[in-house]
Ligand binder design. Structure first.
Ligand code: F6R
Length: 615
């Protein structure tokens, strides 16, 4: 949440920062701003709205020639989105500016103290408190900027990724993080700081991912120097080579990233399987599991923690892992798990699932599990993310950058990894026979082709969407493996089209939700052959008798459900456990086209941000 971009070097900072902010808009887009230093003056331009609004503001101003600057795109936490609350935030003298991603939880008491000492505040943000605290430390302790930031941060409770600039030290940026990510791009006599590496992809492939509680002093004429905030320990920077390309983060001819990412799924699933599903040898190879396999085999219980769509992938995993390994699985919202004093035994395995690898609640849940001695396995998409580094081991999904706020390819690739894990463990544990194992591997390999077949129905799904674009409510139903798919379908619809949608296990209808059914209510039913078909057909009949309008996702060649439904979308047959990967695809397209036809910006739905780094 919130995107940070900063530049120091020989090039013009403005275009680099603006382009970078546009790439980070997925992290927040309610207000934005930049501070630039032109050698004598510090200019701060801010606006409510998107980076395009900021660009319009710049166009009305004389150009600012600056080789150093910091920028921000905001997802509001403290204070409504407006020009004043937008970042950068200034200190009282106007010398210091900061951009911040995170929350300063004790900002109220710090603010009170600063007011007592004569400081005034113009915004409602916690960030303005932080920059004045830094200024206060600078004045009181007579220390350099880096040290002042370090001392101020040691008084802060909360989470932050910050970049600070002092116009009295115009060749230096200070960056620090706790709980929110920061990447430093290392060029020749120039440096970039950003919430992820995408803003500097075309300038350098060398990146330092700042670690938790680390502070970096960045000067264009020197190497980056890093120290630990808590104890001054000097850290040797670890420079990694970025594997991402510019093409990965561009729309590539699609109207929205979400559509591009939906269509990338066949390749994303192939990439997830690559090197892990060794079809010639008929085995699964999960190198990260190798030395920890015993822990999984001995575990009495697996607890999955995640949020949102990743939590839905966790629900699918519950079915997969229990079926193939016969180990009990619990799936928890990370945000609940962290605060309910959970019972965790040292021989429990925790699986944390997160696309971004930065979700604050999931990170906190992992910390609790680790404190209590559990082994934590991570499933992340973003390489080098906080969760991937905090967990004991894990697997990347290798889906490539997911930029659309609504998660699509992350979900299907998470289930792909979880399928590999469950099948592999089932095989070594002996709870899955070799022939069943081989049969599942063959089917797993065929999934990308089947996903492509579903995507070929895009125009049919677009037509179905046109029929439902005026709906104000929608119900999604599924049973067994298709229940999490119903939840995921409903989440996709509500988050991008603002239509109220709920997912239920189909049999739960008669315990309440059936009261909602009338001729206005669209009901999306996942009624594939392998998912308790006859039972679901009965549920469809119950809806039909109450005049509900049915959109069904069915297996190829289905006749019975087709007769009962208003609209039908066919998906290829597969083994029951892999149906979620296939059945999700038409629901993603359905939500996408309903949202587009309602005139919604699907990549930037209101009130949302891609990476939820605040709790
Ligand atoms: C929904 C969506 C969110 C995320 C959730 C967790 O489309 O994207 O519900 O799934 O915020 O995010 P990660 O997976 O990054 O931990």
């Amino acid at each position: 949440m919130c995107g940070i971009v900063a530049y120091i070097g020989q090039q013009q900072a403005t275009p680099i920062i603006i382009k970078g902010l546009k790439r980070l808009e997925y992290r927040g887009y309610d207000s934005t701003g930049i501070s630039l230093f032109n050698g004598s003056e510090l200019h701060t331009i801010k606006t409510m709205g998107k980076v395009s609004d900021l660009v319009a503001k710049f166009e009305s101003l004389p150009p600012i020639a600056a080789q150093i600057g910091i920028g921000h795109t905001r997802w509001a936490t403290h204070g409504v989105p407006n020009d004043v609350n937008a970042h950068p935030q200034k200190s009282n003298t106007g010398d210091l500016v900061v951009v911040h991603n995170g929350i300063i939880e004790n900002y109220a008491s710090l603010k009170e103290e600063l007011i007592h000492r004569g400081y005034t505040f113009s915004s409602d943000t916690d960030t303005e408190v932080l920059i004045n605290l830094i200024e206060d430390v600078q004045k009181k302790e007579k220390v350099k900027l880096g040290k002042a930031v370090q001392i101020a941060l040691s008084q802060v409770i909360g989470a932050y990724a910050i970049v600070v600039f002092d116009r009295k030290k115009p060749n230096e940026l200070i960056a620090a993080r706790l709980g929110s990510p920061l990447a430093i791009g290392v060029g020749t006599d120039e440096f970039f700081v950003a919430s992820d590496a995408t803003p500097f992809l075309e300038y350098t492939k060398n990146v330092i991912y700042l670690e938790e509680e680390h502070l970096a002093i960045i000067r264009s004429d020197r190497d980056v120097s890093i120290r630990k905030i808590t104890n001054d320990k000097v850290i040797k920077p670890y420079v990694e080579e970025l594997q991402m390309s510019l093409e990965n983060i561009q729309k590539g001819g699609y109207d929205y990233f979400m559509l591009k990412e939906i269509f990338e799924q066949p390749q994303a699933i192939r990439d997830t399987l690559r090197g892990r599903l060794l079809s010639d040898e008929g085995v699964i190879n999960l190198s990260s599991l190798r030395e920890h396999e015993n822990k999984f085999l001995k575990a009495k219980r697996i607890i999955i923690v995640a949020c949102g769509t990743s939590w839905h992938a966790g629900l699918v995993a519950e079915y997969l892992l229990e079926k193939f390994t016969r180990t009990p699985v619990e799936v928890e919202y990370a945000s609940e798990f962290r605060y309910r004093d959970p019972i965790i035994f040292p021989d429990d395995i925790i699986i944390a699932i997160s696309q971004s690898g930065e979700t604050a609640d999931t990170l906190a849940a992992i910390n609790i599990a680790k404190e209590r001695g559990a082994f934590v396995f991570g499933i992340c998409n973003v390489v080098g993310s906080s969760i991937s580094r905090l967990t004991d081991t894990g697997c990347y999904t290798h889906a490539g950058p997911e930029i659309g706020v609504a998660s699509t390819k992350a979900f299907t690739t998470q289930i792909t990894v979880l399928s590999l894990l469950a099948l592999h463990l089932g095989m070594v544990k002996g709870t899955l026979s070799r022939s069943e194992y081989q049969h599942h591997l063959l089917e797993l390999e065929s999934l990308p082709v089947k996903v492509t077949q579903i995507l070929e129905q895009e125009s049919l799904i677009k037509d179905v969407a046109a029929t439902f674009r005026e709906a104000s409510n929608c119900i999604y139903l599924g049973r067994g493996y298709n229940f999490p798919v119903a939840l995921e379908g409903a989440l996709k619809l509500k988050e991008i089209s603002y239509i109220h949608a709920e997912g239920y296990p189909a049999a739960e209808m008669k315990h309440g939700p059936i009261a909602l059914i009338d001729e206005q209510m669209p009901v999306v039913v996942i009624a594939t052959k392998k998912g308790h078909y006859d039972k679901v057909v009965s549920n469809i009949q119950e809806i039909k008798s109450r005049k509900g309008r049915i959109i069904a996702v069915v297996s190829e060649g289905d006749i019975r459900v087709k007769e009962l439904s208003d609209h039908c979308i066919e998906i290829p047959e597969s083994l029951e456990c892999f149906t979620p990967i296939l059945a999700t695809i038409p629901l993603q397209l359905l939500s996408y086209y309903i949202a587009v036809q309602r005139g919604c910006n699907v990549d930037q739905p209101r009130n949302l941000a891609k990476s939820v780094t605040v709790e």
